[in-house]
Design a binder for this molecule. Structure first.
Ligand SMILES: C[S@@+](CC[C@H](N)C(=O)[O-])C[C@H]1O[C@@H](n2cnc3c(N)ncnc32)[C@H](O)[C@@H]1O
Length: 202
């Protein structure tokens, strides 16, 4: 296991967050260190290059990375031979156990009820002491912007059943699924991160 000295920094968990941190819009308090050996990346775009998984693997070669997506995506993904690919429906099929689950631009597709349903399934599959990392564009708490995120939200309303949310709204969803010690980071870039933990004892 990775210890704090050589551990995976929580905000490194998505490879691009390294640059996000340095461009952060706000000061943040103490960081946490995650002990991560197994990672599940929940869903990638059909036909995409698997860039998140590739970056993660090159930054943390000790980690086992598994991509989980619908069977039709497994057939089209260019990276199928590079990573373990588990196909299934994340609302129905068993999710593999892991230390960290990364969901980039997934929850914004769904209603609050569906988000809690998915997060609850992840919470159950997550190893004790594990975490979930959301990569989403966060709205200001008063909904006043950023303009790009407001426009994304409109787009999600038209194209899917979801919307963009504030950090507090994601915190409510994560807490509703059982996650604790929820923290978020604004990056100063388009995508921000929200991290939730599952207690060691659970
Ligand atoms: C908006 S894309 C986000 C993809 C990627 N994480 C990104 O940031 O580009 C949503 C992804 O969710 C997957 N997806 C949708 N419904 C799913 C389900 N029920 N089970 C598993 N994956 C699903 C889609 O196949 C797609 O890859």
């Amino acid at each position: 296991p990775w210890g704090p000295a050589g551990g995976l920094h929580s905000w490194d968990a998505a490879p691009t967050t390294r640059t996000w941190i340095s461009g952060g819009r706000r000061q943040h308090s103490q960081d946490v260190v995650l002990k991560v050996q197994s990672v599940i990346i929940i869903s990638v775009c059909p036909g995409c290059t698997g860039a998140l998984a590739k970056h993660f693997t090159s930054a943390y070669p000790e980690c086992n990375v598994t991509i989980f997506d619908l069977p039709k995506v497994a057939c089209t993904a260019h990276f199928a031979l590079l990573f373990v690919f588990t196909s299934g429906d994340f609302f129905k099929d068993p999710l593999p156990a892991a230390d960290l689950y990364m969901l980039a631009r997934i929850l914004h597709d769904w209603t609050d009820e569906r988000c809690i349903e998915l997060l609850s399934r992840i919470y159950k599959a997550c190893k004790p002491g594990g975490s979930v990392l959301l990569v989403e564009a966060l709205l200001n708490e008063d909904g006043s912007g950023p303009l790009t995120v407001q426009l994304y939200s409109l787009n999600m309303l038209v194209q899917a059943e979801g919307r963009e949310r504030t950090a507090a709204q994601y915190t409510t969803l994560l807490a509703g699924a059982g996650f604790t010690n929820i923290q978020h980071r604004l990056t100063g870039r388009l995508y921000d991160v929200v991290l939730g933990h599952k207690d060691e004892a659970k």
